[in-house]
Design a protein around this ligand. Structure first.
Ligand code: GRF
Length: 190
């Protein structure tokens, strides 16, 4: 079984969906560790509740971003991590991690990329007035929400309730991310 690390900065609902899929026997990989760059983020408590080890490391406690990423790369190597899954990790991945995990870092984004990159994708798409929303999972490169697309799923939404829209998008994310992790592992890493 391959090992994955989930990187998150926030609430961690995607992290929990991945762990739940594993616990149901639906994930072909072991969520071995959660990496969080924000002390106090909700994902830390979720990880503890779910019994998954957490590495909490803040870049500001290191001399440079390279040192921070080298520290993480070392820990991830010790844990035999095969794939890094970003799930609401609010930082660009730098050359150190990209070099050590080339082609083995993926991200989930709550829009149909390349539309609506950035931290406020759902609100931006809603305010733009699009009629079709969706979720993208893509390989990570040095650019914001760039990298080759692995999977996308779309749905129509024309109502004016952004809370309902967000709930739909997150439900789609929680279903699509475990399926896509399985696909990445079967295609690329075995
Ligand atoms: C998700 O919408 C994800 O697509 C985006 O950040 C959000 C993270 O939510 N990159 P959560 O922390 O998994 O609940």
């Amino acid at each position: 079984m391959k090992n994955i690390a989930v990187f998150a900065s926030g609430s961690g609902s995607n992290f929990e969906a991945i762990v739940n899929a594993y616990n149901r026997g639906e994930l072909n990989a072991t969520p071995a560790v959660c990496v969080c760059d924000k002390p106090g983020a909700g994902v830390i408590e979720r990880a503890r509740r779910l019994g998954i080890p957490v590495i909490v490391a803040s870049p500001k406690d290191f001399d440079s971003k390279a040192d921070y990423e080298a520290f993480l790369a070392e820990r991830l190597s010790e844990l035999d991590i095969d794939l890094i899954c970003l799930a609401g990790y609010m930082r660009l991945i730098g050359p150190v991690l990209l070099g050590r995990f080339a082609g083995r870092i993926i991200n989930i984004h709550p829009s149909l990329l390349p539309a609506f990159k950035g931290a406020h994708a759902i609100k931006d798409a809603f305010e733009y007035g699009v009629k079709v929303y969706g979720v993208t999972i893509h390989y990570v490169d040095e650019t914001l929400d760039g990298g080759k697309i692995i999977s996308q799923e779309a749905f129509p939404y024309e109502d004016s309730d952004i809370d309902e829209l967000e709930t739909k998008i997150h439900a789609l994310e929680h279903r699509l991310y475990p399926l896509t992790i399985n696909r990445v592992i079967s295609i690329n890493l075995i």
